[in-house]
Design a protein around this ligand. Structure first.
Ligand SMILES: C[S@@+](CC[C@H](N)C(=O)[O-])C[C@H]1O[C@@H](n2cnc3c(N)ncnc32)[C@H](O)[C@@H]1O
Length: 204
């Protein structure tokens, strides 16, 4: 049983092959409200550059493009995620507004003061170094712009067996403190789905 949970957890951390595809699709369905509420609060316009960290199969990017067609960048450690996300975002790709990379968010390959918004859903559990990741994000954000870090509550994750392996779980206050350690002064927390998920908004 432990091996199965370890395998499922590893697929959430780094989706691969057909299992990664299925797990990504299940997330899109199960977390429908989480994506919808995130899209509503992200402040971005058509002439803005947006970065999504750990874009998975590109579901959030597709919804953001439908909302306002920003110039969209993405970074994810999974090669297969890039293929899935490109396939799902052909409209943005054809318009020259999709720029996906494979890489680690703790070493962002972007210039300083580059993005008007940075988003991520359900990835912070897997970063090797939370403060380093947040510092990199701060470096790449434009002045006055925000990073939206959407996460499940620790209580909710504790009800899911496979999250016992490979997941770092956070209380909201811990993510606020890590943000301060990374140099953010303006940090807000908002509920995303009642009792289940929240967003930490770090503004530069
Ligand atoms: C649970 S999935 C969430 C996918 C997507 N954000 C969504 O909500 O549909 C986590 C994603 O984060 C990616 N990931 C994990 N660690 C990462 C890192 N250090 N840098 C960038 N991406 C990472 C994984 O490859 C995977 O696609």
């Amino acid at each position: 049983m432990n091996k199965i949970n370890e395998y499922i957890s590893s697929q959430f951390k780094n989706p691969r092959g057909i299992a990664g595809k299925i797990i990504s699709l299940i997330q899109n369905i199960v977390n429908k409200q989480m994506y919808k509420n995130t899209v509503m609060i992200v402040n971005v316009n058509s002439d803005d550059k947006l970065l999504d960290i750990g874009y998975g199969n590109g579901h959030l990017l597709k919804m953001l493009y439908k909302k306002c067609s920003p110039d969209m960048y993405g970074i994810d450690i999974s090669d297969d995620a890039r293929l899935m996300a490109e396939k799902r975002n052909t409209k943005a790709n054809d318009a020259g507004k999709l720029h996906l990379q494979v890489g680690d968010c703790c070493v962002l390959p972007y210039e300083d003061n580059n993005f008007s918004a940075i988003t991520t859903i359900n990835t912070v559990y897997f970063w090797s170094d939370t403060v380093k990741g947040l510092s990199e994000i701060k470096r790449c954000l434009k002045e006055g712009c925000s990073f939206y870090n959407v996460v499940f509550t620790k209580e909710y994750l504790d009800t899911i067996k496979y999250t016992e392996i490979g997941y770092k779980k956070f209380e909201p206050e811990e993510l606020v403190q890590y943000g301060r350690d990374a140099g953010f002064e303006n940090i807000q927390i908002k509920e995303i789905v009642k009792g289940k998920s929240f967003v930490v908004i770090y503004t530069k």
